[in-house]
Every structure is written in C-alpha cells, then in structure tokens.
Write a protein of this length. Structure first.
Length: 471
C-alpha cells in the first residue's frame, strides 16, 4: 500500500472513532485487565507482518480505547477535542524534530518562545523565561529546583545536605510535590503541609506559623508552594497573601497552576489568581482546561538565569550548543535533551480562537459546572460535599433514608458507573466522605449530557440501596 493511501485509511478510522465518540455509545469497554490481556494479540513477531496489518492493529487499539472526547467523559482534569491541535500533532510527528537547538528546530523554537512569552504576559511576569515540560509534575519539580538554586547557589555543582531544609505546601496539594522533594534531595518529610480553610485554600496565618516553627526548630525554609486549582476540589490559594508571607521570610514562591492557569484568560475569573505576578515561578498545563492533546505544559520563571543554571550543561554538550546561538537555543533552559515539539498544536489552536476564544470556553465550562451544581442541589438523592471555585463538582449520593453507610454506597456507585460505560468520573475523599468528582473540561459536555449523567447516578444509587440489607 502506498504511504499516502495508508495514511488516508488511518485518518478515516480516526475520524470514525472521533465521530462515534459524540453519540451515547460506551466511553470505555467493559472488560477487565485479565480478560483484555488474554483476548488480544500483542506479540511482537520475528518476521514483520507488513504495513497493511497495521490497519487491523489500529482498529484493535481504537476499539479498546477510552473515548476521552465523549460528552460523558468527566474523569481527569483533561478531555475533549481540538481539531487544530490534532493537526499540529500530525505535523509534529511528520517533521520529527527535537527542541534543543534553533539549528535543528528553527520555526518550532520561535513558536515555543512566542507561547512562553504570551503566558508570562498573562501573568504580568514581565521579563520571563520558561520551557515546555512533560506536565505539571515536571513543572513543580523545576519550581523546587529553582527555589533550591536561589537559596543554595552552589547546590547544582557541589550538591547540598537537604536533611534540615524545608518547603511549605497546601495540605491539598498535588502529590507531585512529594516526588519532587525526593528528587531534589530534601525528602518528603521535609515537605511541611500547611492547614487549609473550609474551601480547601492554604491559610496564610497557618503558613506563617509553620515557617516560624521551622525556624525555631533549627530548620532552613526555602520555598512556599501554592496551588491555583487543587486536584480534588479545584480550590485556589490566596496568592497575594501567601506571597506577602513568603517574601517576608525571603522564600521562593512557586505556584502550581497546572489546572487553574486558564483563569488568566477570563475577565470574570482572573481574580482567582490575584497575586500571581508576585510569584517567582509557576506551571500551567495547556493539556488540561485548554483541551490540547497530552502533553503540553509550560513552566515560567522570572529569573532566567536561575533556570539556565539549574539546566546548565557546562561545556559537556559541545556537540549541540555553540556560542553563535547561545541566546536562542531552548535546550539551555530544559532538563531534557530529546524533547519533542509540543508547542505547535497549542500555537495553531491559539491562533484559531485567540485569547477571547479561551475566555469564552472557560466561561462556558464554568456555566456548565454551575448548572450541574444546581441540578445536584435540587435533587433529594444527592448532595454537594464541597464549596465550588472551579469546574470540579464534588458530590455524593445520599438516598432518602441515609441509614446505610454512604461511603460504601458511593464507592460501589462509582464502580457501577464505570461498568455502565456511558460516563466516567473520578472517586475521591473530602473530609472523610467518599465522593464523586465530575470535572468540566471537555467541549462535548452539554446540559443534556449532564442531565443524563445524574439520571444514571440516581438510578444506580437506588439499585445499590435496594440490594443492601435492611437496617
């Protein structure tokens, strides 16, 4: 088969997959890991099967994939479809370059730099530098590395004893901070979790108390790690107040805005990130609320030299970096060498819809989350479990008698929703209560699809109650 004809066949199958995802078909095949592993042929052959056989393999893969663009997909902090971004992925694969030097990626270098500059402008960061990363986890790692470098300028050369060095995070922060604390050499026990208020926001007074306690204990604070859009509840920390505390103690302030960074587009919701301009660094995932295909994430830092020092190769990479391109080679600001072009898909979509398009999309998502919350509050079988700041909607099934173990019921309910196959939401815990967390970050979601989802929740919840022993 000619390459062009083969690609036409592949595209036809992808188009069918995306089209079918918009109806009420199953989002996820109801098959267990053991069953799927027994029934599909994944063996790698000694003799190749030829390019035509790849079409059968593609059909197999699509048939057993989760339809993340379907209206019922509300499980992680991402989803939906951007046609321009998919086109960008195709062109990225076809051009197959790496982002370490301008020489090997001229136009891609300019595109990425343009995106990073605009993101910095949106946060009022002024002169700033950054890099696209593998995600918010990597961005949070870079934030901690930059904080360590700022506090201990020789640490990138001589290392440092992190046994007594501490950083401060929200008790509802993302788990990646724990991993990052291990990588940079302070250990997870030196990541001090600061109390939150009832809305899930880090308390500035508690931060002050924890910093002073650490100093009295002979520890060395070096970073405050705030969150704009927590994973479960979607809470935004009060950045301005936290920055006041951090700067008082001369600490680096990094903001995990992987989930909430898109608030910067909206005149209505930008206030959620009031004070972001006072931070030293932040990360922002375009593959979350902005709907760009995984992976597309940015890390922005005010002090370019800090990031450059953290990622410095010295003279070791003389085969890549030369003095003539010292100002423009993006590899000097990245922990990665072989880094793919993740900027093109975002740039194409941004050019398609503009800042106003992102703002409109966010307003639509927030409107849908408002609608879902209203429907939950109006339903006698359901209750909201947390205040809402973002598009995370945390709720649970309560039934009518409330005589049974609601945690047991909601744990089983989530399992049945997954087996039902029409909807996907996550399970989490808020205040000891097992809850369902629906996230609105998918352009296919409508009020009608949300109504159908709640009908499914209530129907399955009633069925579970009927099957429980009578008290």
């Amino acid at each position: 088969m000619e390459a062009e004809a083969f690609l036409d066949e592949v595209l036809a199958r992808v188009k069918t997959f995306l089209s079918e995802s918009q109806d009420n078909s199953m989002i996820r095949p109801n098959i267990s890991h053991d069953s799927l592993s027994r029934t599909v042929d994944l063996k790698l052959p000694i003799e190749g099967r030829g390019i035509n056989a790849a079409l059968d393999d593609i059909e197999l893969f699509l048939r057993n994939s989760v339809r993340t663009t379907a209206p019922g997909f509300m499980n992680p902090l991402w989803g939906g479809l951007s046609v321009a971004a998919i086109a960008g992925e195709l062109v990225t694969a076809a051009t197959n370059t790496a982002m370490y030097t301008y020489e090997i990626a001229p136009i891609a270098t300019l595109v990425e730099s343009s995106i990073l500059k605009r993101m910095a402008e949106l946060a009022d960061f002024g002169t700033a530098q950054g890099t696209l990363t593998t995600g918010g986890s990597n961005g949070n790692l870079l934030g901690l590395l930059c904080a360590r470098q700022a506090k201990f300028p020789l640490s990138n050369h001589t290392g440092f004893n992190g046994e007594n060095v501490v950083a401060f995070v929200s008790e509802e922060c993302h788990y990646s901070f724990g991993i990052a604390s291990n990588v940079i050499g302070i250990g997870s026990s030196n990541l001090i979790k600061v109390r939150c208020n009832q809305e899930g926001q880090m308390r500035p007074d508690s931060l002050e108390e924890e910093i002073e306690r650490a100093i009295r204990n002979g520890q060395t604070p070096f970073a405050v790690l705030a969150t704009s859009g927590t994973t479960v509840r979607g809470s935004f920390d009060p950045l301005r107040e936290l920055a006041t505390v951090a700067h008082k103690h001369h600490l680096w302030m990094h903001v995990d805005a992987a989930w909430g960074g898109s608030a910067l587009f909206s005149p209505t919701y930008r206030s959620l990130m009031d004070g972001i301009e006072l931070a030293d660094s932040f990360c922002w995932d375009a593959h979350k609320m902005m709907g760009i295909p995984l992976i597309c994430s940015a890390f922005i830092v005010k002090d370019a030299e800090i990031l450059r020092t953290v990622c410095s190769t010295g003279d070791d990479a003389h085969y890549l970096y030369h003095e003539s391109a010292e100002r423009v080679d993006l590899g000097r600001y990245s922990l990665q060498c072989g880094r793919r072009n993740d900027a093109l898909k975002l740039w194409l979509t941004w050019r398609e819809i503009g800042d106003a398009g992102w703002a409109s999309m966010l307003d639509t998502f927030m409107g849908l989350a408002d609608y879902l919350q209203h429907q939950i509050e109006a339903n006698e079988y359901l209750e909201m479990v947390s205040e809402r700041m973002w598009t995370n909607v945390c709720f649970r099934y309560v039934g009518v008698g409330q005589a049974q173990d609601l945690n047991q019921i909601n744990a089983e309910l989530r399992e049945r929703i997954i087996r039902d196959g029409r909807f996907m939401v996550s399970r989490s815990t808020v205040g000891g209560k097992i809850i369902l967390r629906s996230v609105i970050a998918n352009r296919s979601i409508t009020e009608q699809s949300l109504d159908a989802f709640l009908d499914c929740v209530v129907s399955l919840g009633k069925d579970i109650e009927r099957g429980l022993p009578q008290q």
